[in-house]
Each structure stands twice: as structure tokens, then as C-alpha cells.
Design a protein around this ligand. Structure first.
Ligand code: GLA
Ligand code: ZN
Length: 672
């Protein structure tokens, strides 16, 4: 069931930051653009609670009334993402201490220590008051707690709470010592009080490395859970007064410090903020949308924020080209978004975001390119009504994304500084995406059996349970692709003894003896044995001994020339492929030709920069045909049906305009 009755079209609106005389103008202008929603009250704590004793909702009442009068649906912020100055001054426990051990003064936003008793008292109190006052209003369609939860705190209080957390997790100090292998570098602890958080003054290393990854992993888990607890505190406070309205907080794609799969369990629906750079490949944006869809097993998400054109915080804040904002909006929808929202509705007057794009620019009129484009999209979305809502993405391929693996892999000192988890995964995503094949991003708790093909590259940390789950998946007929840097450690970052890839040795049918690390751009030639297709490997080269696996490709250089680089093992009814290097695009293409042939998934031959993505709901099957480039492109469709945007029937060869989009409601009979 869809969360909203129509597609929310709107965005962050901060009238309290604007002169009151423009408010009414805004209402008219935004209504003309067919905006139907506003996200309010994201940063107003200072106004709402001017002192410890006082609350003042008078301005917020006015804003809410105005939005009601103009038929806006409201995404209601709880305002707890930025502390009031008095609180920071009177109760320094709310201020964070950073990685360098520096206690912060009142500053910026997203700034509360998650374990501060003061914050944990006042943030939910405010959320509760808001729910009590506004939760019953029919216009309030969603609660938006805090904003872009982020960062870490290393204060003394967090350290204390961490020690309590450790006692609960491990029971005894001896177990902590074992888990963190503390005989290394004389780290044996004789009391919990001796344990310090892994910051710059402790065992953390700038650039996200760690001397004691077991400790650092636990601190990441602890910090992520502490921040999640802040979300839960506020959600519970809201639920005392409002039992129904869905509750979310806006996420940030593959944001590293927070385990979003854990967050997803507590969130009613996922929302996220998409801010690609001018040069972010469409495949990367697609992967991020898919990750957000994957957090709740395919449930549609909210595109809570995007800029209509310009950002201000990137090194190069290029304008979105004409048509690009519309394309990117539909791109999100194609991958599972049920809303299209912006940051923000009117451009800031002062402060650090005055050069950040908005629907209404400083000129204050409708006569802008951005406004015209936003209006065109608004009209189209209004016309689509609920047609696309709650659409699901049928996919036969899953790609494992796991925050603990992300942390663990990147904490490791060695073997190659250029090994980056998200990029490594994107390399695989991109190869499948390029072929027009839908992918689900899946967590380790997902049901693998729904996929014909499971990709789990760089699955560095594999617990016994995960190994069993993978073995079971393959034994029952699944096909697994894993790679170098997999199966190396347990949940404490201790190596699985007995040879790499540890608990994946059996399913992959290999033993990896060593891995060579390549400096930037160094390539090792590789050849596929069946047809001598030549490719190359970079980054890492595993030296592999096949045990039961068949060899598909060998190295053709270095001292390990003519030894295996890619293998495939039959295991039960399924197969497990192992890729011992980072293949170039030629190698990936050749490799996945073979893998996909084995699982019976066919690729679609769309021109470069053209993407076709599918969503399905009770109203039909919708194919989004998207041109991610400025030049128009010809595409030969292998389906036909009406384009919901132009109302024309499309079939055979069609021309996609610059950054053009068609949403074809597939004519099921003709295509079956
Ligand atoms: C984030 C925040 C917004 C705003 C935008 C600017 O997504 O949530 O408050 O700062 O960035 O891009
Ligand atoms: Zn703290």
C-alpha cells in the first residue's frame, strides 16, 4: 500500500528564515508550479524553545495555518538537528567532542552528542510537543525526525556509555580482550575504565584506518546505535500522540558512519537526499537509489531532497543542464521513489546556504529557467496522480551491501590504500546496469533465495552464520560471484585461520595464498582460457590454488603468470565464481557474459547513456526510458505502449530528446 495518496511534490520550506511579506507570494508561486507539499520546521529549535522553561509555537502555528489554507501536505520536521544556543551554553554535555579530541563550542548543526542526557531529555520532549499540537492535522502526512543524522562523538560521556555497551555486548573483560586480540601491541585491558574511544588520541588513525579494528568496529556500531536511539526516542515521543503518521529521517545514500539497514528497521519509510556531482555517473545514482529501495526490501522511498539546479557545497557547483533536473527526478522514481522533493522552496537570504539553488530564486519571480522546468515537472506529476505509486522493481540479481564490511574493509591497514568499498561494488553494479538488468541492493539479512544471481564482491567480513547462509543459497541452486578481499575476517576483524577466503573456501573451491597489491594504474594481463579474450587486472591480484574449482582465466604476467585469476566451483545445485582481481571493463564484460549465460539472464542492448528501468504495480508495468546525456538519442524499443508523459504510443525506433524521458505503460498483450 502506498504511503501517500499522490506523489508528493515539494521540498524544504523555511519561512521563518524569510521576511514574512514573501510568504503569501511563495504560496501562489509554488501552487502555480503544482507543488503539493512542504517540509517544514527542520531547523527551528531555537525559535520553538527560546529558553529552558518556555516553548513558543506562535510562528509555527502561522506557517502551518498558511500551508493548510493553501492545501499543502506537510512533512513535519522535529527541528532537533541543530541545538539552541542557550542549551549548548548551559549544558555543555550536548556538545560533541570530535575525532581529534576537541570539545566543540556552539556551532553549525547536526551537532548533538547522541549520548548527552540533556539532548536525550529535550529532543524527544520537543518531538512529543509537536506531535501533540499538530499530529492530528490531516495535512501532516509524514514526520521527519532530525535531519541527515551524521558524524560521531568522542566525548567523555560517550566513552562511559561505550563501556557500559561493551559490558552488555561481551559480558566479561576477558571476552573483550579476546575479541580485540589485545595482546597485539600490549593492549590487554585489566578494567573497562582503561578502554578509550578510538579517536585520534586513541587507536583511530585519520583517514578511517584503525590500529585496532575490533575496537573501532565496536565504536562504529555503538555510535550508529546511539544515534539510532535518538531517532527511536523521538519516534516514541511522537507515537504517544500520533499513532499513524509515517515517520522517517532523511538518509544520505552510502553514508559510511551509520548502518542504514539497522535504521531501516525503525523507520516506517525511507527517505533520502540525492546530491550527485556534475560528473557522477548515472549508474552510481542508480545504485544509491537502489540501495535506499533495498533498505526495506524493495519498499518505495521518498526522494526527500535534491537541488533544482545548483548546490553550494561541492567544489564545482555546476548548474543542472536544461532537462536534467526532470530526468534526475524521474530517474529516482524509476528506481523506487514515490515522492519528488527539493531543497529548497525559496532560496536563503543569509547564512551558509544563500547560494544553494531553490525553486524560487532571489529574484522572487516565476520568470526563471528553474521555475519553468519545475512547473513542467509539477504538471506532469499532477497528471500522473497515483499511477506509479507503490511500484516494485522486479530483479533477479542481488548485490550485497553491508555497512560492517564497509567499515572493516576500510579500517584495514593494507593491502592497498586505493581499495574503496563503495567504488569496488559500483564496478560490479555498473557492469550489470550497463546491460539493462535490474539489481536489488541487499543486506546480509535479506532473503538471498529470491535471486538467481548474488554478487558479493569484497565480502571481507564473513561470520559463520553468513557463510552458512551463502553456502545454503548456492547449494540450493543459486549462483554466487565473490572476489578478492572476501572471507578474510570475523565480526571482530580477526582473520579466519586456515587459509583465505576463510569460510568461503568450501563454496568457492579455492585457496588463496597471497594477494599482490598494484600501484595506481599498474595492470596485470589476464586471459580467459576458453577463447583467449585478453583483459587486465588492477588493484589486487590473488594467487589462487583451485581445490575443486574450474579455472576460467589465468594471469599472463608477473611471477604468477599462468596461474588462475578467475574460477568457478560447482557446489550442490549451484555455482560460485571467484574473481581474484579488479578486472578492467573488458574483463568484466567477458566475465559477466559467461556468468549471465549460466544463470539464463539476458542483457538488453541499449545505447550508451540510455537507461531503461521497470516499475510494476497493480496499475501496470512501466518502463522508464531515460537519456542521461545532452545529445538526443535513437533507441529501438523491444516493447510498446503509451508514453504517460506525451500520451503517444511508442514502438520500435524512437528518439529520446536531450535528457529526455518516456514512461511507457507496457502493452502487456503485445509484449507477452
Ligand atoms: C542537506 C541538508 C539540507 C541542505 C542541503 C543542501 O541535504 O539536509 O538541509 O543543507 O543539504 O544541499
Ligand atoms: Zn558524546
Amino acid at each position: 500500500m502506498a504511503f501517500f495518496k499522490n506523489m508528493l511534490y515539494g521540498g524544504d520550506y523555511n519561512p521563518e528564515q524569510l521576511p514574512e511579506k514573501v510568504w503569501l507570494e511563495d504560496m501562489e508561486i509554488l501552487t502555480d508550479a503544482k507543488m503539493n507539499s512542504a517540509t517544514i520546521n527542520v531547523f527551528s529549535w531555537g525559535l520553538l524553545q527560546p529558553s529552558e522553561e518556555e516553548y513558543d509555537f506562535s510562528m509555527l502555528d502561522k506557517i502551518v495555518e498558511m500551508l493548510q489554507k493553501h492545501h499543502f501536505q506537510i512533512v513535519f520536521g522535529t527541528s532537533t538537528a541543530a541545538l539552541p544556543a542557550w542549551m549548548s551554553h548551559r549544558y555543555p554535555d550536548v556538545n560533541r567532542t570530535d575525532f581529534y579530541g576537541r570539545p566543540h563550542k556552539f556551532s553549525h548543526r547536526h551537532n548533538a552528542c547522541p549520548n548527552s542526557p540533556t539532548f536525550r531529555k529535550y529532543a524527544p520532549r520537543l518531538a512529543g510537543k509537536l506531535a501533540e499540537r499538530y499530529g492530528h492535522l490531516p495535512e501532516v502526512v509524514c514526520w521527519h525526525i532530525s535531519n541527515e543524522y551524521s558524524g560521531e562523538c568522542y566525548c567523555e560521556n560517550c566513552a562511559k556509555v561505550f563501556r557500559v555497551w561493551l559490558k552488555k555486548r561481551y559480558g566479561t573483560l576477558e571476552k573483550v580482550n579476546q575479541a580485540w586480540n589485545t595482546n597485539f601491541w600490549s593492549h590487554r585491558f585489566t578494567s573497562f575504565e582503561e578502554i578509550v574511544p578510538p579517536n585520534y588520541l586513541g587507536d583511530g588513525i585519520p583517514g578511517d584506518k584503525a590500529s585496532f579494528a575490533g575496537l573501532s568496529l565496536d565504536y562504529n556500531r555503538f555510535n550508529s546505535q546511539s544515534i539510532l536511539q535518538n531517532f527511536i526516542d523521538e519516534k516514541q515521543a511522537i507515537r504517544k500522540f500520533d499513532s499513524k503518521t509515517p515517520v522517517t529521517t532523511n538518509l544520505m545514500g552510502a553514508y559510511k558512519p551509520l548502518n542504514y539497514f539497522e535504521f531501516a528497521k525503525e523507520m516506517d519509510l525511507i527517505s533520502w537526499d540525492a546530491y550527485p556531482s556534475f560528473d557522477t555517473p548515472a549508474s552510481f545514482s542508480a545504485m544509491m537509489h537502489d540501495l535506499m529501495r533495498g533498505l526495506k526490501d524493495g519498499q518505495p522511498f521518498m526522494l526527500m531532497e535534491q537541488t533544482p539546479s545548483q548546490q553550494n557545497w561541492q567544489p564545482f557547483n555546476s548548474l543542472k543542464r536544461p532537462g536534467q533536473m526532470r530526468l534526475m527526478s524521474y530517474h529516482a522514481v524509476a528506481h523506487g521513489a514515490d515522492t519528488v522533493q527539493f531543497f529548497q522552496l525559496r532560496k536563503s537570504v543569509g547564512g551558509g546556504e544563500k547560494f544553494h539553488g531553490a525553486i524560487i530564486d532571489h529574484v522572487g519571480t516565476k520568470d526563471t529557467r528553474v521555475f519553468r522546468e519545475v512547473t513542467q515537472l509539477g504538471e506532469e506529476l499532477a497528471d500522473l496522480k497515483d499511477t506509479l505509486l507503490d511500484g516494485r522493481t522486479p530483479s533477479r540479481v542481488g548485490l550485497v551491501f553491508d555497512w560492517e564490511n564497509y567499515w572493516g574493509l576500510e579500517f584495514a591497514i593494507g593491502p592497498n590504500v586505493e581499495l574503496k568499498y563503495v567504488d569496488f561494488l559500483h564496478h560490479y553494479y555498473q557492469e550489470i546496469y550497463r546491460r539493462g538488468i535490474a539489481i536489488d541492493m541487499v543486506g546480509l539479512e535479506s532473503d538471498f533465495s529470491q535471486y538467481d544471481l548474488l554478487l558479493a564482491p569484497a565480502l571481507y567480513m564473513v561470520t559463520k552464520e553468513v557463510a552458512e547462509k551463502i553456502n545454503d543459497y548456492v547449494a540450493k541452486g543459486g549462483t554466487l560471484v565473490t572476489s578478492t578481499m572476501s572471507g578474510l575476517v570475523d565480526e571482530h576483524d580477526n582473520i579466519h585461520l586456515g587459509g583465505y577466503p576463510g569460510p568461503l573456501k568450501e563454496v568457492t573451491g579455492i585457496w588463496v595464498e597471497e594477494f599482490d597489491a598494484m600501484p595506481t594504474e599498474k595492470q596485470v594481463p589476464v586471459a580467459f582460457l576458453a577463447d583467449e579474450v585478453a583483459a587486465s587486472g588492477t588493484l589486487l591480484c590473488d594467487i589462487i590454488h583451485p581445490q575443486t574449482a574450474e579455472v576460467l582465466a589465468n594471469y599472463r604476467g608477473e611471477f604468477y603468470q599462468d596461474t588462475p585469476v578467475i574460477t568457478c566451483n560447482d557446489y550442490g545445485k549451484g555455482h560460485a565464481f571467484y574473481v581474484g582481481t579488479h578486472l578492467d571493463t573488458r574483463g568484466m564484460a567477458r566475465f559477466f557474459d559467461e556468468v549471465l549465460r549460466k544463470v539464463g539472464i539476458t542483457s538488453e542492448a541499449w545505447p550508451e547513456h540510455v537507461e531503461v528501468a521497470t516499475r510494476k504495480n497493480q496499475q501496470g508495468t512501466f518502463k522508464f526510458v531515460m537519456n542521461h546525456q545532452e545529445a538526443p538519442q535513437k533507441v529501438n524499443l523491444n516493447f510498446s505502449g503509451e508514453d504517460l508523459l506525451t500520451k503517444k504510443t511508442l514502438t520500435g525506433e524512437v528518439t529520446l530528446p536531450s535528457y529526455g524521458v518516456f514512461i511507457v505503460k507496457v502493452n502487456e498483450e503485445a509484449n507477452s
